[in-house]
Design a protein around this ligand. Structure first.
Ligand SMILES: C[S@@+](CC[C@H](N)C(=O)[O-])C[C@H]1O[C@@H](n2cnc3c(N)ncnc32)[C@H](O)[C@@H]1O
Length: 236
């Protein structure tokens, strides 16, 4: 996996946009971190924050935590919270094997082209019995061409797009591209299981009342899953 391929997303270019989103957008901050907090109970210890961005997860979890990210701009902020390493996921060859008790990945797995390589490299970095906690866009929402539709009575339905086929699409933050990689829930769970991860808990959420208040277009989508959170333990 080359850095050039992954940098099809320009996170340095959108660092300021992301920092504003973390501060102002409840779908990026409180919804995501709410799911994370529901999942981390019962896990702990030395933690690696994969794709730590500006450090909101490091701030929220505290404790012994190391952040890693590709974006120099965002790492500059995260470094004020704790130690950080600039690296390109899914490569974790710089991590001593089994040296972490827990890995967290918020909003990151669907940014990576090779999720299987990530599951494998995290399984190498985390000790047997340790955990991987991930929160990301729900696969129903990452499918290319998926979108809300209103039926004649005004009820909001979900168009699945090409849900069953792995693929990618580009979201634009102004002039800056963000590549989103889609895989179905079955693909995600099967690939995690075959990479040494045993699923302990799965959470699905629609947009919160705060998110709907901030983005009225989300009205009617309360029961359409937009976020997924997963907690896996590392099998021996
Ligand atoms: C949606 S943001 C989430 C940031 C942070 N986890 C949070 O919840 O605030 C995605 C992050 O993944 C990082 N990222 C994307 N691709 C990456 C890669 N290949 N290696 C390392 N970090 C990457 C971006 O730089 C960005 O900080």
């Amino acid at each position: 996996m080359s850095e050039r391929r992954e940098s099809l997303s320009d996170w340095d270019g959108i660092a300021d946009w992301w920092i504003d989103a973390v501060r102002d957008d409840p779908t990026q901050s409180s919804d995501t971190l709410g799911v994370l907090e529901d999942l981390v109970g019962g896990t702990g210890g030395r933690t690696i924050d994969l794709g730590c961005g500006e450090g909101q997860v490091m701030r929220r979890l505290g404790g012994e935590i190391v952040g890693t990210d590709l974006s120099t701009e965002l790492l500059h902020h995260a470094a004020q919270v704790g130690p950080v390493v600039r690296a390109c996921l899914p490569d974790l060859s710089w991590v001593r094997p089994h040296s972490f008790d827990r890995a967290v990945a918020c909003g990151v797995i669907d940014m990576l082209e090779d999720h299987v390589a990530l599951f494998r490299s995290v399984a190498e970095a985390v000790r047997p019995g340790g955990h991987l906690v991930a929160v990301m866009n729900h696969p129903a929402a990452t499918a290319p061409h998926s979108e809300p539709l209103a039926d004649p009575e005004g009820q909001v339905l979900w168009k699945w797009g090409s849900y069953l086929t792995s693929g990618s699409w580009t979201e634009w933050a102004g002039a800056h591209p963000i590549r989103i990689f889609h895989r179905s829930l079955a693909t995600l769970l099967s690939d995690a299981a075959s990479s040494g991860w045993s699923l302990e808990r799965l959470i699905e959420r629609g947009p919160s009342a705060d998110a709907i208040a901030r983005f009225p277009d989300l009205h009617g989508q309360e029961n359409i899953p937009s976020l997924i959170g997963l907690r896996w333990s590392r099998t021996n």
